[in-house]
Structures are given as structure tokens and as C-alpha cells.
Write a protein that binds this ligand. Structure first.
Ligand code: PNS
Length: 164
């Protein structure tokens, strides 16, 4: 069985993430979406447990997608599987340098893992969790960016943050 691991912080999961998950699920037998901590991002909106629940809700219609979480190195998480492939999405002008570096570091830490990239679909190439949170803070329309199941929760959370 060929397994893809799609790691990320998913704070929150966007339509761009879901697009990558859906396309990956058509290529691999199983996709494991692994919710992880990005040491460069401070002050998350949702706890890891809540992000796991959200991801389960958003991917419930995809039978070969599983949700997991891991607080540690991706290279160590990947050791749980037989030659897993890490899948990442690449957005225009945004991700290449960082993702290239991470793929090289991960390969040094765990030579058994490979990283593959899917280019983001045109309509999601400028969507990011950070942009979504900013739009939500200012009461903007999130329909083009977020799964409908998360819109109210993200809006409410962003508005609460604004009051602080
Ligand atoms: O969605 P993100 O924030 O771009 O995802 C980045 C993530 C969480 C995949 C990355 O930060 C990560 O792999 N974190 C786990 C720790 C790790 O292995 N870091 C890479 C070695 S420096």
C-alpha cells in the first residue's frame, strides 16, 4: 500500500489544503494528514486537538484520508511507515525556498523518505491560513478560502481575538 503523508499546521485547514488532499487521495492508496507544530509560527488560533477534529470534519467524505497529529520531527513520524512519501503543496512565489530547504533537511534526517510537491491550483495559489485569519479578523467573506464547516468557528475565534 502506497502511503502519502501530508504534514502541516492547518491552523485552520483552508480550501487550498483540501484541494491538495483531494488530489493526493487520487494518486496514493492512503493519505495521512498529519497536524504538526511549525516552530516558526507563534500563537496558534486552534489547539492541535481542535485542528484534528476540524480536519476530520472537512475530510469525512474522503474514505482513504486519515487524520493524525505528532509533536516532533516529521522525519521521525515518517519512520512509522514503510517508505512513505511526504506531499506538500507549492504556491506561486511563496513556498519554494522554504520547502526545498525542509525537504533537504528531512532527507538528511531520514533517508528513507521522499518529498513530492503538487502545485497549488490557480484559484488557491494565494490562499494561506494567515490570510484567512486576517480576513476573518476584519469580518471579510471567507467563502472562497475556507471549507464551509469552518467559517463560523474561524470568524468567531478571530473576532474574540480582536477584543483582547
Ligand atoms: O503548514 P505549515 O506551517 O507550512 O507546515 C510546516 C510543518 C508543520 C510541516 C513543519 O514546520 C514541520 O515539519 N514541523 C515538524 C518539525 C520538523 O520536522 N521540522 C523540520 C526540521 S527543521
Amino acid at each position: 500500500m502506497k502511503i502519502a503523508i501530508y504534514p502541516g499546521s492547518f491552523d485552520p485547514m483552508t480550501l487550498g489544503h483540501l484541494n491538495i488532499i483531494r488530489r493526493t487521495s487520487k494518486i496514493f492508496d492512503k493519505v495521512i494528514v498529519c497536524i504538526m507544530i511549525n516552530g516558526n509560527k507563534k500563537g496558534s488560533m486552534f489547539s492541535i486537538d481542535r485542528r484534528v477534529e476540524q480536519a476530520k470534519i472537512c475530510t469525512a467524505h474522503m474514505p482513504n484520508v486519515e487524520i493524525d497529529s505528532y509533536d516532533g520531527l516529521l522525519a521521525d513520524y515518517a519512520r512509522k511507515f514503510d517508505k512513505p512519501v511526504i506531499v506538500k503543496g507549492l504556491r506561486a512565489n511563496m513556498d519554494f525556498e522554504n520547502e526545498f530547504t525542509m525537504a533537504s533537511i528531512n532527507k538528511k534526517l531520514n533517508p528513507d523518505m521522499e518529498t513530492m510537491f503538487l502545485t497549488a491550483s490557480d484559484k488557491y495559489t494565494f490562499v494561506s491560513s494567515s490570510n484567512v485569519k486576517e480576513i476573518a479578523r476584519h469580518g471579510g467573506d471567507l467563502k472562497a478560502f475556507l471549507p464551509w464547516e469552518l467559517i463560523d468557528e474561524v470568524t468567531e475565534m478571530a473576532q474574540k481575538g480582536k477584543e483582547k
